[in-house]
Design a protein around this ligand. Structure first.
Ligand code: ZN
Length: 296
C-alpha cells in the first residue's frame, strides 16, 4: 500500500481521514478515503501500490471490461449502454461533428466503434490487455496501452474523452498534462465522473457503489474537478447530467447494503437523486464536464 502525504490536487499537507469503506465488489478488504483540509479534495488513501492494483480488477463481473456477462444488472447495464452511446454522440455533435478522437480508458471499444461509424477518426487507450484485444479484434480499432500517450503527436486531437476513467488514473497530474499536450488549441475535452455530493451518495453513505474502492482513487465533486482543471488552464463551459447513473448506482448500492438487488427501491432512490439534483445545485450522481482550453 502507498500512503499519500500530500493532496494530489493542491499539494497541501493537511489531510484528514474521511471514511472507511469496504471493497464490496471484489476483495471485501477495507479501504480509507482522505480529505484535504485546504481544497476539500477527497481521495483514496492509502492506495494499492502500482503493481498490485490490477488484482482489484480481476473479475468477470467488471462489466466495462467484459461482454461475456449475464445476470440482471449486467442486462440492465447493456441496455443503458446502447442508449447512452447515442446520447453521447448527440451531445458531442452540439459542439463538434468530426475530426480526430482519442478515447482514454476505452474498455472494449463500443463508444470508439460508434464514433468511427459516425465520421470520426478514432484512437483508443486501454491499459487492461483483455478489453484492449477485444476492441482491436472485434471492431478492428486502433487501441493502445497507456505508454503510447507520451509519444503521440502534440495538438493532434479535436476531441479527447474520459468516460468514468479519470477517477481510476494512477498519476492524475501527469495524465492531465499529457491531455493538455495532445489536445488541439480549439479542441474539446470531455470528462465524465461520479459525484460524491449527489443525493444517492449522501443516502447510501459507505454503501454508495460509486466509491468503488480501491479502483476509484479520486472522488471528485463539481467544485474539486473545477479546481483541478483550472490548475492546467482548462475551463468547464458546460455540464450535463447522466440521469441513468443514479438508478444504476442505486441498484448496486442496494445490493451492497442488503445483499440483494431491490429494483423498486433502487428505482425510487434513483428518481429521488435526480429530483433533488434538479432542485438544488445540479448535484447529479454522475456529471459530464465539457472543457476547453482557456483563451480559446
Ligand atoms: Zn488539496
Amino acid at each position: 500500500m502507498e500512503q499519500l502525504k500530500k493532496c494530489p490536487l493542491c499539494s497541501g499537507e493537511r489531510i484528514s481521514h474521511h471514511l472507511t469503506i469496504p471493497d464490496y465488489f471484489l476483495s471485501k478488504e477495507n479501504f480509507s478515503v482522505s480529505k484535504c483540509l485546504d481544497c476539500g479534495f477527497i481521495f483514496t488513501n492509502p492506495r494499492p501500490a502500482k503493481n498490485d492494483i490490477s488484482f482489484y480488477y480481476k473479475s468477470d463481473d467488471y462489466i466495462s471490461h467484459s461482454n461475456k456477462n449475464t445476470g440482471v444488472i449486467s442486462f440492465f447495464y447493456k441496455i443503458v449502454r446502447n442508449y447512452s452511446l447515442r446520447q453521447k454522440y448527440n451531445l458531442i455533435s452540439k459542439f463538434k461533428s468530426h475530426g480526430h478522437l482519442l478515447d482514454i480508458g476505452c474498455g472494449t471499444g463500443e463508444f470508439l466503434h460508434f464514433m468511427h461509424l459516425h465520421n470520426w477518426h478514432a484512437t483508443g487507450i486501454e491499459p487492461a490487455p483483455e478489453p484492449r484485444y477485444f476492441a482491436v479484434n472485434n471492431y478492428l480499432l486502433d487501441v493502445f496501452d497507456e505508454e503510447i500517450l507520451s509519444s503521440l503527436t502534440p495538438e493532434s486531437f479535436d476531441l479527447i474523452t474520459l468516460w468514468h476513467v479519470l477517477e481510476h488514473v494512477e498519476d492524475l497530474n501527469l495524465r492531465i498534462q499529457q491531455i493538455k499536450k495532445l489536445l488541439k488549441k480549439d479542441g474539446l475535452l470531455i470528462i465524465a465522473l461520479p459525484n460524491c455530493l449527489s443525493w444517492d451518495a449522501q443516502h447510501y453513505k459507505n454503501f454508495w457503489a460509486a466509491w468503488d474502492l480501491p479502483r476509484h482513487l479520486y472522488h471528485f465533486t463539481p467544485s474539486t474537478i473545477n479546481l483541478f482543471l483550472r490548475k492546467y488552464q482548462f475551463n468547464i463551459f458546460y455540464v450535463h447530467p447522466l440521469k441513468f447513473d443514479s438508478y444504476y448506482i442505486s441498484l448496486l448500492s442496494e445490493k451492497y447494503k442488503h445483499g440483494k438487488s431491490n429494483f423498486p427501491k433502487a428505482f425510487l432512490n434513483g428518481f429521488r437523486s435526480n429530483f433533488s439534483a434538479k432542485r438544488n445545485g445540479n448535484n447529479y450522481s454522475s456529471l459530464v464536464y465539457f472543457i476547453k482550453n482557456e483563451n480559446s
